[in-house]
Structure formats: structure tokens, C-alpha cells
Design a protein. Structure first.
Length: 92
């Protein structure tokens, strides 16, 4: 049985963050909010805006990914099991 996992890709740094292979998407979102709120007030922003503004991508996958692995955005197109969940409108 395949287990769905959730991870964070940092488009600015071009790598999968240490926030990876989590059991729930909400745990990844909480981590991002904690990271971003240290630098800026995010109280009026939606989750999608937070991910878009700071160029983070929340994705789901079945196979484990490696933290701090340098990859390009197109790596997501090379895997059938990867689905981008946030940001909703894509990366700016």
C-alpha cells in the first residue's frame, strides 16, 4: 500500500526543504507559516498567497524525497505520483 506524503519545495533556493515526507499537508502548512511569520506579518494572507509570495510549493507524493536535494521545478513533471497542492495559481 502506497503512503501519501507531503513535502515543501523552495523555488528560490531550488531545493526540497527539510520539511518533507510529512504525513499531513496541514503539518507542512504550519511549518511554512511559522517560518514566514518570523519575517513578516501574514495575518491577512491565504495559504495560497503565502506559498506564492514566498515561492514555496506544497506537493504530495508516494515515494520518499530527500531533504536539501537540489532540483529544478520541472522535476515534478517527471514523476507520475507528484501533485502540486499549493499555491493554487502556480508560482510567480
Amino acid at each position: 500500500m502506497l503512503m501519501v506524503r507531503y513535502s515543501l519545495f523552495d523555488a528560490q533556493l531550488g531545493k526540497i526543504c527539510g520539511v518533507c515526507n510529512k504525513k499531513t499537508a496541514s503539518s507542512v502548512i504550519k511549518n511554512v507559516k511559522r517560518i514566514v511569520s518570523k519575517e513578516d506579518d501574514i495575518s491577512g494572507l491565504t495559504d495560497s498567497e503565502i506559498f506564492s509570495n514566498w515561492r514555496y510549493i506544497l506537493f504530495s507524493h508516494n515515494k520518499r524525497v530527500v531533504a536539501n536535494n537540489k532540483v529544478t521545478l520541472d522535476f515534478m513533471g517527471g514523476y507520475d505520483d507528484i501533485r502540486i497542492l499549493l499555491p493554487m495559481s502556480g508560482v510567480r
